[in-house]
Design a protein around this ligand. Structure first.
Ligand code: HEC
Length: 177
């Protein structure tokens, strides 16, 4: 019994995490993409894998009200503000902490690619083992999504089988009784 409950809880956790990432993606596209790209500078710095250089707490403070945070004297906030020629990133009072956490989850789920200037001139491609020609980024993303979908389907099928077996054994038990 317990192991089934654990499987279900893990599954719900997985789905909820995936939901947050999806929500974060649309929030990012609607509120941030005008000034931020994932992998290159735009008006502001690229934000993929932001968790590698900032803590979540720092991120929440900066995004809710960057100017207040900069004026509070936070060294990292002041430094990035100066680096970007004191351009003002607007505050986002309309975004709840949950929304910001979803954006954080999304930004850390996407892989960062070095800015174009430090990359060779060829388009973004990756060669995988067994491949002779480079794989296009879109193809790779498609496969990555497919992988997750298949993994999800496999888990659901396993759960269904568990439920059916459970049901059948209960039925047998009640018939025997
Ligand atoms: C109007 C343009 C603009 C918009 C919209 C904007 N930003 Fe920014 N952002 C900037 C600029 C410019 C900086 C550089 C720091 C500064 O000048 O304040 C920055 C810096 C940041 C940083 C610090 C990056 C680092 O390396 O420390 C984070 C995190 C960030 N933005 C997140 C967001 C998020 C999340 C959103 C959407 C909710 C958003 N920004 C929307 C312009 C913008």
């Amino acid at each position: 019994m317990w192991h089934k409950i654990i499987v279900v809880i893990a599954l719900i956790g997985l789905i909820r995490a995936q939901d947050a990432v999806e929500k974060g993606k649309s929030l990012f596209n609607n509120n941030c993409a005008a000034c931020h790209k994932l992998d290159q500078e735009l008006v502001g710095p690229p934000l993929a894998q932001i968790g590698k250089r900032r803590t979540e707490e720092w991120f929440l403070k900066f995004v809710s009200n960057s100017q207040a945070f900069i004026q509070s004297g936070d060294a990292q906030a002041v430094a990035i503000y100066k680096k970007y020629n004191q351009q003002i990133m607007p505050p986002f009072p309309n975004l709840a902490q949950e929304d910001l956490k979803a954006i954080w989850a999304y930004l850390n789920s996407v892989s960062g690619v070095a800015p174009a200037s430090s990359q060779p001139t060829s388009p973004k491609t990756t060669i995988y083992p067994g491949e002779t020609s480079p794989m296009k980024a879109e193809e790779f993303n498609f496969l990555r999504h497919l992988y997750w979908i298949l993994a999800g389907v496999a888990v659901i099928v396993a759960l269904l089988i568990a439920v059916v077996i459970n049901f059948a054994s209960q039925k047998r038990a009640s018939e025997a009784a």
